[in-house]
Design a protein around this ligand. Structure first.
Ligand code: HMG
Length: 440
């Protein structure tokens, strides 16, 4: 069977930076370690006044198309995953196609365009749609462009404010992919949840603590569902495990859950259970005060074991490097985690072609999806072509009062003072309605 998967990826960060350990911590009178150690974040990326989900997505897509030598005729489908859409009718992919048509010969009139919405998992769902379209033989030799783009902003003083972020990840889905083959099994965990909602509102209403429990519950279901088709997961089958990363501290919890699930029945688990005086119930994480306390104690002890720490350092920690400096990119987040892991391998001079990754996507509302991916021979060239470190380093470092202006601006408070902190040097910039995505 011909491989179908991600052929190429490009990343585009918002051009502004809010330093959490310094600027945010000082303003809020908080211990910097709360951000760097507790949440696991150093900084957030934010959009400058001329950036939004369209410009970031179009700039990432343009970079990808140029690097791969693509013309509009090579692309038969453009899907955008976003939860920051400003249009209840037209999909954001039409705006992005409109931008791209200004700079290429030809157009995307032949391309099927859409927008997927399921919170942060929509980027992964768009990839699934593209994969299925190619597998069904409906692509007529064309590839699919998938763009995950979001401005992940929370109301000021919301518990999520320190986890904000903004950026886009563009991916080309094609036959014989250079980066990863997606032709493996999938598992789902999905339920109607109300911990994170945006009913006709700009910022989410979030029950932060509950959202953590919902993430873990759906992830456990997805893992079980995945194992029901793929067979039991063995830790050494997967070189990396990129998770949806709202902040690295969340992934620490999810990784411990996955590790506990996968290593059940081992001597380590039995010994630890004994040490806290009980046989851990393995089937459920449902609310039950006493049980929750026992599980927490058990998990804390598990995380102290050498086996766990070695696995986490090798398999999960490399997926978090980029996220620490940019925050939550919602739909792009898990795809940044994949890039982060492969970038670590490249920097360490490892050849990981032929190895597998266990990829865990999640979206509030809520749904988790787990699937396997096989790293392809062209991975190193694809990852070496990215300039994500430069993009992160070149962001403008905001003072607190500048951050407040930027936040107001992106809360559609159009009367707020409009200021550009960086010089627009990208292909597409937002220059007001009607002239959106105009070339600079
Ligand atoms: P919080 O309320 O500040 O949480 O914010 P906390 O008090 O539990 O502190 C976080 C960690 O910092 C804890 O460690 C503390 O012990 C530690 P943990 O128990 O996690 O290991 N800590 C410190 N460490 C070192 N030095 C210190 C210190 N103080 C405390 N001085 C919360 C956390 C998640 C509630 C908040 O960030 C939030 O509301 N975020 C937004 C929602 C979110 O990200 N939820 C995650 C799951 S849902 C999801 O991922 C979907 C999402 O991406 C949206 C979508 O799908 O569209 C959000």
């Amino acid at each position: 069977m011909t491989a179908v998967g991600i052929d190429a990826v490009e990343v585009w960060t918002g051009n502004l930076k809010l330093d959490l350990a310094e600027t945010f911590a000082e303003e809020k009178g908080k211990d910097p370690a709360y951000f760097t150690k507790g949440l696991g974040l150093r900084a957030s990326s934010l959009p400058d006044s001329y950036e939004d989900i369209v410009t970031m997505g179009a700039n990432a897509a343009k970079k990808l198309m140029d690097r791969k030598g693509l013309e509009p005729d090579d692309i038969g489908r453009i899907d955008v995953g976003t939860e920051s859409s400003f249009d209840n009718s037209k999909p954001i992919s039409t705006y992005i196609a409109g931008c791209l048509e200004q700079v290429y010969d030809g157009d995307f009139h032949h391309a099927n365009k859409g927008e997927r919405k399921f919170a942060c998992i929509a980027g992964t769902q768009s990839i699934d749609d593209a994969y299925n379209w190619i597998r069904a033989g409906r692509n007529r030799g064309r590839a699919a462009l998938v763009v995950a783009t979001d401005t992940a902003l929370y109301a000021r003083d919301d518990s999520g404010e320190a986890t904000q972020g903004a950026g886009a990840v563009a991916m080309l889905i094609d036959e014989d992919p250079s980066l990863v083959d997606l032709s493996t099994d999938q598992g789902y965990g999905s339920a109607d949840e109300t911990d994170f909602l945006k009913p006709n509102q700009q910022f989410p209403s979030v029950d932060g603590k509950r959202s953590v429990q919902v993430y873990l519950a759906r992830m456990r279901e997805a893992l079980e569902d995945y194992e029901s088709v793929a067979g039991d997961v063995r830790l050494d089958d997967f070189i990396y495990a990129p998770f949806h990363t709202p902040y690295p501290g969340m992934v620490r919890k999810a990784a411990a859950l996955a590790y506990r699930h996968v290593t059940r029945d081992t001597a380590v688990e039995d010994e630890l259970a004994e040490s806290i005086g009980r046989q851990p119930r393995r089937e459920s994480f449902d609310d039950d005060g006493e049980y929750e306390e026992a599980v927490r104690e058990y998990m804390d002890a598990l995380k102290e074991t050498e086996q766990y720490q070695d696995w986490y350092a090798a398999t999960v920690d490399p997926t978090l490097t980029i996220s620490r400096d940019v925050g939550n990119w919602y739909t792009g987040s898990v795809h940044l985690a994949r890039v982060s892991a492969l970038k670590t391998a490249l920097e360490a001079g490892r050849d990981v072609a032929g190895e597998s990754m266990l990829v865990a996507s999640y979206g509030s509302g809520a749904q988790a999806e787990i699937h396997g991916e096989i790293i392809q021979d062209g991975w190193a060239d694809e990852i070496a072509a990215l300039n994500v470190d430069e993009q992160i380093a070149e962001r403008y470092d905001l003072s607190w009062s500048e951050y407040e202006l930027v936040h107001d601006r992106h809360n559609h408070e159009m009367d707020s003072e409009l200021e550009e902190f960086t010089t627009p040097d990208a292909e597409f910039v937002f220059d007001g309605w009607g002239r959106m995505g105009e070339r600079k």
